[in-house]
Write a protein that binds this ligand. Structure first.
Ligand code: HEC
Length: 256
């Protein structure tokens, strides 16, 4: 018969004591092992069947215990920090908040005034010859200078005379003919005198655009000083000519 190690007998004996099948006689495993060796079925010693059953029970118990241990990936998942409940509504409203935020940081659309319109017209139609700052031929352009009060010397007033010049240009005035103030410091300006011709804009620009660009070169580039009343009168004139109506919103108000 196969040799059964002593510790197995002892374990089986302890188990049977625990189950109440065996009185604890205080003996060690040696006596039990002797009984087992003899192969007898006497109730005083454990039978090998008992031993095997006990060993099986042990093995089974250990197995069950093994199954209870969760795999590392499961415990890792459980231990991981979870997304808190309040995160759900936050995630939901985040795009809405972003949209509102961007909308709020956008500057409101600039209202169209005679000045903004004049600046835009100047940049598009005049700056190529007169320069962005109005330096004209003093700054590399072919046009006359319009800054530093120059345009106010040629045209002391924003009147029909000035509007006419912008409408017809050098050839409309007639090359060799004077235009603007006859008592201009430095002498009256003569059409074609500079060797370059100014085109007329009457055919390409609407009346209110010519008016607004005339204002722009006077008030912004040449720094014309005006009273509040004069500005109000000019804004009204600009609106009368159709300014601020066809530019999509911005109200019909001129002004600075
Ligand atoms: C192709 C070039 C060119 C363009 C574009 C042009 N100008 Fe001129 N401008 C001139 C020239 C050149 C003169 C001088 C005319 C002359 O000598 O006959 C002049 C003269 C003037 C004068 C008279 C200045 C003075 O003191 O004699 C005014 C005012 C003026 N331009 C305004 C404008 C405005 C406003 C625009 C745009 C709407 C414009 N110009 C576009 C070339 C140009």
């Amino acid at each position: 018969m196969t040799e059964v190690p002593d510790y197995l007998f002892e374990r089986s004996r302890q188990r049977r004591i625990a189950l109440g099948l065996l009185e604890d006689d205080g003996s060690g495993g040696a006596a039990a092992s002797e009984a087992g060796d003899s192969g007898s079925q006497a109730s005083s010693g454990p039978s090998s069947a008992d031993v095997i059953a006990a060993a099986k029970a042990d093995a089974k118990l250990e197995q069950v215990a093994d199954i209870d241990i969760e795999p590392v990936w499961v415990s890792a998942a459980n231990a991981r920090t979870k997304i808190p409940m309040w995160a759900l509504p936050v995630m939901f409203f985040l795009p809405l908040w972003a949209f509102v935020y961007v909308k709020m940081t956008e500057p409101p659309p600039e209202p169209v005034t005679a000045m903004t319109e004049g600046a835009a017209t100047y940049a598009a139609q005049c700056a190529s010859c007169h320069g962005g700052d109005g330096a004209g031929n003093e700054g590399g352009g072919v046009g006359r200078p319009l800054y530093n009060g120059e345009v106010l010397l040629t045209f002391p007033k924003l009147d029909a005379d000035m509007i006419h010049w912008l409408n017809v240009g050098s050839e409309g005035i007639g090359l060799g003919n004077p235009y603007g103030a006859t008592d201009r410091p430095g002498g009256t300006h003569i059409s074609g005198e500079t060797g370059a011709n100014m085109p007329g804009f009457g055919g390409t620009l609407s009346e209110y655009k010519i008016y607004s660009v005339a204002r722009y070169i006077r008030e912004v580039l040449s720094g014309e000083l005006l009273s509040e009343e004069e500005i109000v009168v000019r804004d009204a004139e600009w609106e009368e000519l159709g300014g601020g109506k066809d530019l999509g919103g911005g109200g019909g108000h001129g002004g600075h």
